[in-house]
Design a protein. Sequence first.
Length: 144
Amino acid sequence: MRSLTFSLLFVAFPGIAQAETVTVNVTFSDKALSEMTTRGEGVVVSAYWMGEPAEGATLPTNEIGTIFLLSEDITLQPGPAQVILGGSLAAAPLDQVTVPMLNVNVFSARWTSEDNLIDCGFLDAPMAELAAAPQSITCKLIGE
């Protein structure tokens, strides 16, 4: 019965088959971790899903010609962390885009300074590619 229920979900909601999560491991250089911890500064992991319009798409495009699907911002204390992104993606209008794309940025929460304090890598690729294996983003102090 469990298998039948799961199969029916794919038929009733085809977007669920495409909705995957992305695991992101966030790490910090020793200097960045020390400075962020001493300041009591937070870290934001910001994810934005979009895609090129599919044929027959009815949703409007943004200023760069893509269709917005979903965004997530997760605020953390500084330190090594593993974040799972995309848990709500199944509810997004995936049928409106050709390929769901994901952009992930990491920056300081600006609790103690109005300026971003860290320089982190980023992710920008098709969702399926990023979901295939855990991803890593490393942060260091700006100018380090």
